[in-house]
Design a protein around this ligand. Structure first.
Ligand code: LMR
Length: 396
């Protein structure tokens, strides 16, 4: 029965973990999968998370199911984190939270919901986008279209983006990266968010905001600008929020599918459908990560500790961006790669070709995604000049 089954190549991002671990080059550098690394190349458990886990260990009384929407306490703290605690959207009770297995799980809920409840609607993603967007939406049976995002000179191509969105059929779904665009690192300015919103409103398009890096760009509230703008000024939108990166709980699979509707009644209707989608996929979400996040966000002390740790991560990445461009300067490459200092979040689209990325791996043990995406958090003061030298070597 299995004779006809073909072997396929590994995932372009997750496959790098294994390849990197196998590499015996003592100078190897991991700029691959989007996981935060500290100056020593470790991905530590945050202190606030450790403390919350200690509390949970003492206090947890049951491992029973938490229901298809997950823990309501987690839903509440997540909505407040995403919209701000004084949000008019929350005041009007028109947002619903469904806890999900990571941002990926939330995206699959969104995709299945669209397929079942909004049949015939296409879904449009930026070109480039996180490759798994395509896998998830295809698996859910959605028709995928692309709008341009980055030009040939490796800069945000906002005019082309806006022009393309103006031509998307009425009622289709448009996926926008709320902040820290993955893979490019190019984010929209506030003025650009407003322009995009006008087009979405005019053409009655449904935004799906992928919010996987809140707090990694400029700050928790700053990074939520686009989400909050759209939520306050549009009747309907979907948001997939992830706790993987900002709480560093990648393997605990913690995220949230948020649906905003015109009013409470429509929100409740959508919410009831979301429970069905969750039930049919995995029934109940995993509970541990959500419980950790809830402990942290409900505690003033742990919340402050977490925000400080998150700020340290953000500042370190933004500092590395500037330092790396400086390290490229003696090679005459500071201008060519100046965009790295302007991009935000974990990733930079470097503009390097697949061949150059392959040469970095083969000759220098530097691992990046084939599309030229680098995880800036993998840089450190120890490897900056090594990586800059390698970039110079493959760029000439
Ligand atoms: C990434 O883009 O590297 C991360 O979001 C991890 C993943 O699942 O691909």
């Amino acid at each position: 029965m299995f004779e006809h089954i073909k072997r396929v190549p590994g995932d372009p991002i997750l496959g790098l973990i294994e390849a990197f671990n196998k590499d015996t080059n003592p100078q190897k550098v991991d700029l691959g999968v989007g996981v935060y690394q500290d100056a020593r190349g470790n991905t530590p458990v945050m202190r606030a998370v450790k403390e919350a886990e200690a509390l949970l260990l003492r206090q947890e009384t049951t491992k029973s199911y938490i229901g298809s929407h997950g823990d309501p306490r987690f839903g509440k703290v997540t909505l407040e984190l995403v919209f701000g605690s004084d949000s008019a959207v929350l005041e009007a009770d028109r947002a619903s939270a469904t806890q999900a297995p990571g941002g990926t799980g939330a995206l699959r809920l969104a995709a299945d919901f669209i397929h079942a409840q909004l049949p015939g609607r296409g879904i449009w993603v930026s070109d480039p986008t996180w490759p798994n967007h395509l896998g998830i939406f295809q698996a859910a049976g959605l028709e995928i279209g692309k709008y341009p995002y980055v030009d040939d000179d490796n800069r945000l191509d906002f005019d082309a983006m806006l022009d393309a969105i103006k031509r998307i059929p009425h009622g289709d779904v448009v996926v926008l990266h709320a902040c820290c665009h993955n893979p490019s690192g190019f984010d929209l300015s506030r003025a650009q968010w407003r322009e995009v919103m006008e087009v979405l409103q005019e053409r009655e398009l449904l935004p799906l905001l992928d919010f996987a890096y809140q707090g990694f760009g400029e700050g928790l509230d700053e990074d939520a600008y686009g989400v909050r703008l759209l939520a306050e000024n549009m009747d309907e939108l979907l948001i997939t929020s992830s706790c993987s990166k900002n709480f560093g709980i990648y393997r605990e699979r913690t995220g949230c599918m948020i649906a905003v509707a015109r009013d409470r009644e429509q929100m409740d209707n959508v919410r009831s459908q979301m429970a069905i989608v969750a039930r049919e996929n995995y029934s109940n979400p995993p509970a541990h990560g959500g419980a950790v996040v809830t402990e942290i966000l409900e505690s003033a002390e742990l919340g402050a500790m977490w925000q400080e740790e998150l700020k340290d991560m953000r500042d370190r990445i933004n500092g590395l961006r500037r330092d790396f461009v400086e390290a490229l300067s003696p090679h005459g490459l500071a201008d060519r790669f100046s965009c790295i200092a302007e991009q935000r979040g974990m990733f930079s689209y470097t503009g390097l070709s697949a061949e150059q990325v392959e040469a970095l791996r083969a000759e220098f043990g530097i691992y990046m995604v084939r599309t030229g995406r680098a995880n800036v958090a993998g840089l450190s003061s120890d490897n900056l000049s090594y990586v800059a030298g390698a970039f110079a070597a493959v760029s000439t």
